[in-house]
Write a protein that binds this ligand. Structure first.
Ligand code: CA
Length: 87
């Protein structure tokens, strides 16, 4: 009787571990490939250092530290919006 119960518990534990791995592995990949400075799009952190000409996104939210410097530049002050289209 105890063996049957233990088998059920171990089956449940194996299923729980498998489920946890199924969800944890893709989340870890997403975290390592998408830089948190660009929360609405997925851009990998440098290297390589990208410029606006290297990506298709425009007018997207940018959070510090903005490692690619999509927001701001030599003649622009950072305003939290990356790769703005010219007015
Ligand atoms: Ca900007």
């Amino acid at each position: 009787m105890r063996q049957v119960r233990w088998r059920r518990i171990s089956k449940f534990l194996l299923a729980a571990i498998a489920l946890a791995l199924m969800f944890a592995i893709p989340m870890r990949q997403a975290r390592s490939t998408c830089d948190p400075s660009y929360p609405t799009i997925c851009i990998a952190p440098p290297p390589p250092d990208l410029d606006c000409a290297d990506i298709a996104y425009r007018n997207f939210p940018v959070l510090p530290p903005d490692p690619h410097n999509f927001d701001g530049g030599p003649n622009r002050r950072p305003d939290g919006v990356g790769c703005e289209l010219p007015p």
